[in-house]
Design a protein around this ligand. Structure first.
Ligand code: 6PG
Length: 267
């Protein structure tokens, strides 16, 4: 396993969520002290949302300048704005409604009642990413010759499905095969609801750091296969690689199929 890929098992779901929240707060603080602003990509799913709740409950959250954090989403369900299925709504309820964010920096994927169709939601998000990337590029002296398609992501959180899906990229389906575009429409998600918007694997892998969060025995096979380097078409999580770091933050049950030599213990 590459030294930039690390797995850290935690004794329980709650410890995992609390530790990931502490890690996220610290990372945002570090990035803000280096660059002024920080960018995080949020995930839906049980650990992802519990982590946001833990951030909201942590006294250390007060150290972050939330008005200078950019929030994006790795995927969302294409349902109505007020549907409890929306990752954006769950993230708002867990964290974003409780901290002083700059609404202009919270980039949610379109809900089904705000655009004509799924393709429009995908096109809008790609355009929003490109606009943010362009404005970063214009303000950066060391930037490449042309603006990249997506902005810099300091931390990108990913939940993990029992089938090893990440964001809404499911094994063998079109989303995980899609290349050359930043965002993809998913029409046949095996996990309901079927219609979703997702970042592509290329976009995910443009992140400085990827943190895959997973808990529970039903995730053990996915974690084991993801770390064993299985094909990304069959095991999408195995294709997730951050530029500087890829952390697998899991509980003991989800780590059950990982050889102990690969693990760093945090308790
Ligand atoms: C979604 C997700 C998805 C999720 C995993 C894990 O919107 O469904 O973003 O990728 O993170 O399915 O979800 P659980 O932790 O709830 O199993």
């Amino acid at each position: 396993m590459s030294p930039n890929v690390r797995i850290t098992p935690h004794p329980s779901f709650d410890v995992l969520a609390a530790t990931t929240a502490a890690r996220l707060i610290t990372r945002l603080l570090d990035v803000q002290s280096e660059r002024g602003e920080a960018t995080v990509v949020l995930t839906g799913g049980s650990v992802g949302i519990a982590t946001l709740r833990e951030v909201a409950a942590s006294p250390a959250r007060l150290a972050v300048d939330w008005g200078k954090v950019n929030f994006w989403f790795g995927d969302d369900r294409f349902v109505a704005t007020d549907s409890p299925d929306r990752n954006a709504g769950q993230a708002a309820e867990a964290l974003l409604d409780h901290i002083p964010v700059d609404p202009a920096r919270v980039h949610v994927m379109a809900a089904s009642d705000t655009v004509a169709n799924l393709d429009e939601a995908v096109a809008n998000y790609a355009a929003e990413l490109a606009a943010a990337a362009r404005s970063e590029w214009e303000n950066d002296d060391e930037s490449p010759e042309t603006a990249p398609p997506v902005p810099r992501f300091d931390v990108l959180l990913l939940g993990l499905g029992p089938d090893a899906h990440i964001a809404s990229l499911f094994p063998e389906l079109a989303g995980i095969r899609t290349k050359g575009v930043p965002v993809v429409a998913v029409r046949n998600s095996p996990k309901p609801p079927p219609l979703r918007v997702s970042l592509t694997l290329e976009t995910i892998n443009s992140a400085q750091e990827i943190w895959i969060v997973a808990a529970g025995a039903d995730k053990a096979a996915a974690v084991g296969l993801g770390l064993a380097g299985a094909s990304e078409l069959q095991v999408p999580a195995s294709g997730a690689r951050g530029i500087h770091k890829t952390l697998w933050l899991v509980d003991e049950a989800a780590a059950a199929k990982v050889p102990s030599a690969l693990m760093r213990r945090e308790h």
